[in-house]
Ligand binder design. Structure first.
Ligand code: ATP
Ligand code: MG
Length: 255
């Protein structure tokens, strides 16, 4: 399934913006910058980037990835700790923070760097954001113990601009906004995904790329949706070459 709409990191295409986002993150982590903010419109590849990041971070990094932070502050703390692989014995807020603190001190004494990644961070409540800020404050005399990467849709910026979020906003030292693929990246994106899925016998004609770009505006999820349909149509017609007429038909159907 070359155009599956899951966020499989094996299919991670290094577009210019995804690469820049990745370097912003790597820089922020390496320099122990505290809080890093990555935003992007719906479907631009934020979750894919989060998963790809796990594979790209330096080997001395220990990560916790929270994908859907739709829960209370205590549950958020628990999710963070559990994803670090630490077992929770007592679950009052104070116990949880102590557990995390002890773990982070241990990690840091081993010369490792702890990183927390929160996807869908636009869904964090102001109180949860404040909790995250407090976590990013945990430190020894020498350094911060936890680097935090907040990843979310543009609403996250709106939330962070609220008066009550100014403390956390001030702590964000690295920011990157992921833009959609550029028009000249569409063909490489499609060919890359076909290649990854061993679909070398399938070809999208160059005439299809402008149509796909126009429909998707470069948003990878929309590129996948249209390409997946085109493949299905090709399959039905027993055709291995996807042309403009076929893509147009799919676009019509999706309208
Ligand atoms: N850089 C990329 N390389 C390969 N595929 C990508 C890339 N970016 C996005 N995609 C594909 O696009 C689709 C949407 O990506 P993803 O779910 O990561 O977007 P998102 O920004 O997290 O969306 P949402 O705002 O809805 O959470 C997925 O199928 C994913 O495989
Ligand atoms: Mg996502």
């Amino acid at each position: 399934m070359p155009f599956n709409i899951t966020s499989d990191p094996d299919f991670f295409f290094r577009s210019q913006h995804h690469l820049e986002a990745l370097s912003a993150v790597l820089y922020g982590i390496e320099q122990r910058k505290g809080i890093i903010l990555i935003t992007g419109e719906v479907g631009t590849g934020k979750t894919t980037l989060c998963r790809a990041m796990l594979k790209e971070l330096p080997p001395n990094t220990i990560t916790s990835l929270v994908l859907n932070p739709y829960f209370s502050e205590i549950q958020l703390l628990k999710a963070i700790i559990e994803d670090f692989g630490v077992s929770i014995l007592r679950s009052s807020r104070l116990d949880l923070i102590n557990t995390l603190n002890m773990f982070l001190i241990d990690i840091s004494s081993q010369g490792k760097n702890a990183v927390l990644i929160i996807d869908e961070a636009q869904n964090l409540s102001l109180r949860q954001l404040e909790q995250v800020r407090l976590l990013s404050n945990l430190e020894t005399e020498k350094m911060k113990l936890l680097q935090v990467i907040l990843v979310g849709q543009p609403e996250l910026n709106v939330k962070l601009n609220a008066e009550s979020a100014r403390q956390i906003k001030q702590r964000i030292s690295v920011k990157y906004h992921i833009l959609p693929l550029a028009e000249d990246e569409i063909s490489r994106y499609i060919e890359f995904r076909l290649e990854k899925a061993n679909g070398r016998s399938i070809k999208f004609l160059p005439e299809t790329f402008p149509l796909i770009y126009k429909f998707s505006k470069g948003i990878p999820r929309l590129v996948n949706i249209i390409c997946d349909r085109a493949l299905l149509l090709g399959f039905a017609k027993e055709k291995y070459v996807i042309d403009a007429v076929m893509v147009e038909k799919c676009i019509e159907e999706l309208r």
